[in-house]
Design a binder for this molecule. Sequence first.
Ligand code: COA
Length: 535
Amino acid sequence: MSALHTRLDASSQEFAGRRAAMLGSLAELETEHAKALAGGGEKYVERHRERGKLPARERVELLLDPDTPFLELSPLAGWGSDYTVGGSLVAGIGVVAGVECLVTANDPTVRGGASNPWTLRKALRANEIAYENRLPCISLVESGGADLPSQKEVFIPGGALFRDITRLSEAGIPTVAVVFGNSTAGGAYIPGMSDHVIMVKERSKVFLGGPPLVKEATGEDADEEELGGAEMHATTSGLADYLALDEEDALRTARRVIARLNWRKADEGARAGAVVRAPLYPEEELLGVVPEDLKVPFDPREVFARLVDASEFDEFKPRYGPSLVTGWAKLHGYPLGILANAQGVLFSEEAQKAAQFIQLANQRDVPLLFLHNTTGYMVGTEYEQGGIVKHGSMMINAVSNSKVPHLSVLVGASYGAGHYGMCGRAYNPRFLFAWPSAKSAVMGPQQLAGVLSRVMRQSAAAKGRPFDEEADAGLRAMVEEQVESESLPMFLSGRLYDDGVIDPRDTRTVLGLCLSAIHTAPVQGARGGFGIFRM
Ligand code: COA
């Protein structure tokens, strides 16, 4: 009864144009993803293999159950910086012995697997995801420790990595370290803090200080194996619980450790008995929904129709505040409340509707999905007098204090406070992904350049100085270009403002994996517990 109908004409020129633009962006994205896959480059990967070692992604692959998906997180970490794309770390969610785990793996082919500022941000984000969703953590360790030239940015905040491991353990979330090579100095605390430790014979090196440092500090001539080799730790120090014969044996052992965790998902019942039905319309058509020019509105229902089970959607308050679509659906059998921008601008009605809808989802323990395509809250005298500030605040209050898990997907624009109200990064959605068509900034590049120009014009007038029109035009163009490039998904993903840029066709699968991970922890909404709603 509540199945959505589509108005999308996949044979139209409009659709073909949108699809071609999206495919173009996806090709660019693939080029950048390929950089992360290449790690430190051919020379270093070859050297690594010649040493009889497996690359990070092959370690992950052998760890996971065959033919199960791996939801890779932040593959573009460090994009646009001086560091290799990917942050010398692989992170993601995968299934090990039937248990969804958060897996990280150092990439030793990138500067010895040393941790640069982006590695650190990515690892901390991975820990946060594990903590919030109660996912057992497996670290595949082989790292030269802190990236020495950037030590000022990694040393002090980097302490949180070791703190997190023991806090996960304290929360009853299992932590497993598999040490394939170097894990020295601060890195020694990764196995040191983990619940379960596996080391590889003649490969693992775990010590506070290596032989040169020991010689310098105490004058002792130490042997590497005796100082921190796997055999020593498995037989003498007791730091290693298992001595693996080689890398494959270590990964097999890790799988056995996970199999013996007696691990249970807290909210297994969330989709109990659900018959998962595919959407009525092909996911392939998601390529042709979003216009290249984000000023052109599109109907988000065309997205839901290709995302949710059986394309069934029960809209809430369809006639009130129509610029924000709200309603209930299921995705891979999991109940979901959806909020999606329809016309870009959020008015007072939309903000109040959102606040009410978020409260309902909390009362019913239903996770929320935010689909962003907003230019922000409406400005102007009429709207200020109508209370747009307090109504926008109401929505932001509801989002901030909501306790059900949130998922955010930036499909189009995500500007200004609209980004906040729609649960942007700072509002801690459990996961946040972007489509290649997304753009996010304090406002659109043209508007920002225009506002800046006006402010400067006013300032010149106030000081009685002439205004240089030519210089202003040049500055406007420059600012516009800069803000445009800083609004793009690859740039934002490089800074870890999202968990990845995804192919629109994968959205249902990605959200399904997220919802499954989310239900590893109990899903419990807020009963009251919001700040004061200004009426
Ligand atoms: N910071 C910055 N760069 C590092 C690094 C670090 N901690 N560790 C390694 N690198 C760089 C190397 O300079 C080298 O760069 P290059 O190829 O441009 O010359 C590249 O990474 C590969 O290192 P290399 O030593 O050739 O690789 P390896 O596999 O033989 O050895 C290590 C890897 C990690 C064992 C070794 O590099 C090492 O001991 N690094 C220093 C470890 C350390 O003391 N870290 C500080 C702890 S907090």
